[in-house]
Design a protein around this ligand. Sequence first.
Ligand SMILES: Nc1ncnc2c1ncn2[C@@H]1O[C@H](COP(=O)(O)OP(=O)(O)OP(=O)(O)O)[C@@H](O)[C@H]1O
Ligand SMILES: [Mg+2]
Length: 367
Amino acid sequence: MSYLELKDLKKRYTHNGPLIVDNMNLSIEKGEFIVFLGPSGCGKTTTIRMISGLEEVSGGDILIDGESILQKKPKDRGVSMIFQSYAIWPHMTVFDNIAYPLKLQKIKKDEIRQRVQKAAEATGIEALLDRYPGQMSGGQRQRVAVSRAIVIKPKIFLMDEPLSNLDAKLRVTMRTELKSIHNKENSTTIFVTHDQAEAMSLADRIIVMYQGKIEQIGTPMEVYRNSATKFVASFIGTPPTNFFNVIIEKADDAYTAISSGLNFAIPRSLNDALKPYTGKEIVMGVRPEFIDVSLKMQKTEGYLCDTEIEFVEPQGSFSILIAHVGETETKIVTSEHMEIPVNTKVSLNVKDELVMFFDPDTGQRIR
Ligand SMILES: Nc1ncnc2c1ncn2[C@@H]1O[C@H](COP(=O)(O)OP(=O)(O)OP(=O)(O)O)[C@@H](O)[C@H]1O
Ligand SMILES: [Mg+2]
């Protein structure tokens, strides 16, 4: 039995409307930091609002510690939600903002004072308890919202894009802080974002969502290296995975992926999986950082094609190169900064055979 379980969870906003959350099944263990990652409109907010009780479910069940919480009011579910907009009250001091949920629970004054103090210390705002939100920066307001969420010692934290109103630098600082608060409080957290870099750096496990469905559940490295679908391969990683439409051809016992621009000898480990696709067009995906550029036109086992470098985008410690593979504009991330004159002829080789194939109809990884 897991700590939090979603079972066949469904949501429609109107009677005959589309399934916004489409049969979601998920088990979360105590102490995990889970990130819901997906594009705008895929149902992330809807899902955590159902867990918090702010939204009714259309089907399925939600269990905490083995017990269904669907009949419980939001305040009795033991979950704390932090919103993108912070939702702190401008007419109350920081102290009163943090104390608010405890007052609702009719907790004694002494205990409230102690717990507010501790929650403020956890986020480093204990010196600001008498201030009003209007006198504080965005980052400080966010800390008030976090303190108010931890003060009730929730079973589960639900955070809906809590950092998106902060500037880029503060986002990075605050995300490290949120993770360290999570570790210190030994809490269980679901964090919603559409920022894959944020997801990768925070999550124990990432739940990649698309159109109301879970595409993949895995550690950051699993979803990156072992993407289960074309969508996951395209959504995780920057710049995104390069995709090529290729025909699978078989000669003797060797398979080749062929298009107008490339001719790739497929690793033998994929022979069985690719057999049914012989003669058919499928999608090949290669991450920009898994392509090696050979200025000496050397061809290794992962040889893809010869081409010309069209653009170089320096990024400081590395560069992004742009070249065409057949019709497809292809990005390559170099492991160190490379200054290459435009129009230089090069060979491209896939490193360590890190190549992915996807079914063109279902988008599922072929392996
Ligand atoms: N109250 C509502 N009534 C009808 N449709 C809604 C309602 N709330 C959300 N939706 C629709 O449900 C879908 C999912 O919305 P949701 O807010 O869960 O997405 P999200 O993944 O959180 O997106 P974002 O990253 O933009 O916040 C969207 O198509 C949205 O328009
Ligand atoms: Mg949302």
